[in-house]
Design a protein around this ligand. Structure first.
Ligand SMILES: Nc1ncnc2c1ncn2[C@@H]1O[C@H](COP(=O)(O)OP(=O)(O)O)[C@@H](O)[C@H]1O
Ligand SMILES: [Mg+2]
Length: 597
């Protein structure tokens, strides 16, 4: 390919909306063009990168036994109503673009394909003998993200590889899950990016086990906790840890203490000279339900700890066994709306009476009480006295007569000890989620009535797994991980071209001829070469070459009359003057060594 024919349009200035390096560099290098918020065109150089990622993914999926398909992007609402996801995905903060056809029928643009895949396989597969089946596709997904940002990282239209597997048993599902895990690891290695596999929350998709593959980068949207030895890593949403031990209060009789205006843990500790780990903090929230009366929550946790809202959300969903739209803190105006008397916020204890909820208009009249393990472990603590401006000191759990659920809802944090090995102190790092694998279980097959006949001749719902890779996000994440102040440094396996031949002065016939000769020798050898034949100053060409990040560069310049060129590796900024022939030989060797697939 010739740069003169490439429609290359590099920018000197960074587009105003590009906040992170990879977005800035892809935009400046002319790889992507913004069409609208979260909507991008992949320009020719970018399409070459994406195609390479796609090839790597296809090879590994095929090897793992998955079958490539292409499913529709227009999804009838009825399918999503059957799985119970239509409302949540289209109303309020739902991310599904949806529309009506000329017959006024509702359709959604596919953000993910569990419903479509399950219904198709459910219709086609009848017997355990036909299982397992794993289908995948590579296609554009649509998600009306609340905050599209960072270019291809969180866009509203993006390329995803998604796979759905169907099994006769949970054991068989686990087998495929591990195969896909292995395939994912291979894919990321082949793409030349470093990833960490982390335990993940299953989110709105639901299911038993789930893991994410994260590209570690300071600008990542996800927070990861990991042990220095690499044996434990989890998304903060899911992470568990051992909390630091609390300071103990000296045992004394229970007393009520006047704590005027000491509403916050911080002021209470300061005024009373106690440590926050000696306090049971109580948080009052309400779970807003899709249907039925909303459920008030009373959450107790150690004063020095924070609640992990994802864990809390999951536990409450399980407990109530119904769809929760969101959790929100109870505020004074909500109490007024419910026709309730004010709560003594800041002075509430774990035994706060249900009578506070009596006659609530649209709320249940009992709290769902949750006690975090850190709070439950305290035996002599400080907590609110359920009266304005008063706390109790030296109390224990005998104060709470209400049925309560004791579980882990604590946010693990850096500095906590690893649950599996207490010599490991957890560290924090940021990551970009490029892949996600789930053991879905039978949630979708049950709701969509997708079943097969088992060995005993009985109808049974499929066991299912699903597996995603953000193809376009991965390509940008590779840039986030591989760049310097001058531009991109593509890993060789996904670089748009492997070598750039820069002719310093195209008007010089000797330079032009040598450049062409090298180009013509490289192409038949299978080397993907780009030749910069533009009539531009050498400085401009070198700047562009650095920016677009082709891994190798041959500069044909002043030494052309003696048949010599400069060979430069972009990642190492190291240049060597070589005879053209020797350079070609070395280049071919180096490239074949570097390519891991
Ligand atoms: N808005 C987006 N823009 C680009 N890639 C995305 C976007 N949302 C998800 N992806 C990619 O698709 C993969 C599978 O998506 P999924 O796990 O369903 O998304 P999420 O974790 O956002 O619910 C993610 O691992 C990510 O790489
Ligand atoms: Mg995900």
């Amino acid at each position: 390919m010739r740069v003169s024919r490439l429609m290359l349009a590099t920018l000197r200035d960074t587009p105003a909306d590009a906040e992170i390096a990879s977005h800035q560099l892809l935009a400046r290098g002319g790889f992507i063009r913004r069409v609208s918020s979260g909507i991008y065109a992949y320009m020719p150089l970018m399409w070459r990168v994406l195609s390479k990622v796609i090839n790597i993914v296809q090879k590994e999926m095929d090897e793992a036994g998955a079958l490539q398909t292409l499913l529709p992007q227009l999804h009838p609402a009825e399918l999503w109503e059957k799985s119970g996801r239509w409302k949540g995905y289209t109303a309020g903060e739902g991310i599904m673009f949806h529309l009506k056809d000329r017959q006024n029928r509702e359709l959604g643009l596919g953000p993910t394909h569990e419903e479509v895949a399950t219904s198709i396989i459910g219709e086609q597969i009848r017997s355990y003998k036909q299982l397992p089946i794993n289908i995948y596709q590579i296609q554009t997904k649509f998600r009306d993200e609340i905050r599209p940002r960072f270019g291809l990282m969180r866009s509203r239209e993006f390329i995803m590889k998604d796979a759905y597997s169907f099994h006769a048993s949970e054991y068989d599902l686990q087998d495929t899950y591990y195969k896909m895990d292995k395939a994912y690891t291979n894919i990321f290695i082949s793409c030349g990016i470093k990833t960490v596999k982390v335990d993940a929350d299953s989110g709105s998709i639901g299911g038993a086990a789930s893991q994410e593959f994260m590209v570690t980068a300071d600008t990542g949207e996800d927070l990861i906790l990991k042990s220095p030895d690499g044996n434990y890593a989890a998304n903060i949403e899911k992470a568990i840890s051992k909390a630091s031990p609390p300071l103990t209060l000296k045992k004394q009789e229970t007393i009520e203490v006047s704590t005027i205006d000491q509403k916050s843990i911080e002021t209470l500790c300061k005024e009373q000279d106690i440590d926050s780990s000696q306090i049971v903090k109580v948080i009052v929230m309400v779970a807003i339900l899709e249907e039925g009366k909303d459920q008030p929550l009373l959450i107790s946790i150690r004063g020095d700890q924070e609640v992990n809202e994802v864990k809390l959300f999951n536990e409450i969903t399980n407990e109530l066994n119904c769809k929760i739209l969101k959790l929100s803190f109870i505020k004074e105006e909500q109490l007024i709306n419910q026709g309730l008397a004010p709560f003594p916020f800041g002075f509430i204890g774990p035994d706060f009476s249900d009578s506070a909820l009596k006659n609530a208009k649209t709320w249940q009249n009992k709290f769902l009480r949750i006690i975090d393990l850190t709070a439950a472990d305290l035996q002599n603590f400080v907590c609110g006295a359920n009266i304005e401006n008063k706390h109790r000191f030296h109390v224990n759990w005998s104060i709470n007569k209400y049925p309560s659920k004791t579980i882990d809802i604590r946010k693990a944090k850096a500095g906590d000890l690893c649950i599996h090995d207490e010599s490991q102190v957890l560290e924090e790092c940021r990551g970009i989620e490029v892949g996600h694998i789930f053991q879905l279980g039978r949630k979708y097959s049950t709701s969509l009535k997708a079943s097969f006949t088992n060995e005993e001749g009985i109808e049974e719902s499929f066991w299912m797994g699903c597996y995603g890779i953000g193809i376009s996000r991965l390509a940008q994440a590779a840039v986030e991980q591989n760049h310097d102040e001058k531009g991109i440094i593509w890993p060789i396996s996904i670089a748009p071209f492997e070598v750039m031949i820069s002719i310093a002065n195209i008007q010089d016939p000797i330079q032009a001829a040598l450049g062409e000769k090298i180009y013509k020798q490289l192409i038949p050898q299978g080397i993907e070469a780009l030749i910069d034949d533009r009539n531009e100053r050498a400085g401009v060409k070198f700047k562009d070459a650095d920016l677009i990040g082709i891994p190798w560069r041959i500069v044909v310049g002043r030494d052309a009359p003696s048949g010599k060129i400069e060979l430069i590796e972009r990642a190492k900024a190291f240049n060597e003057v070589l005879d053209a022939k020797a350079a070609i030989k070395k280049l071919i060797e180096e490239i074949s060594n570097q390519k891991t697939f």
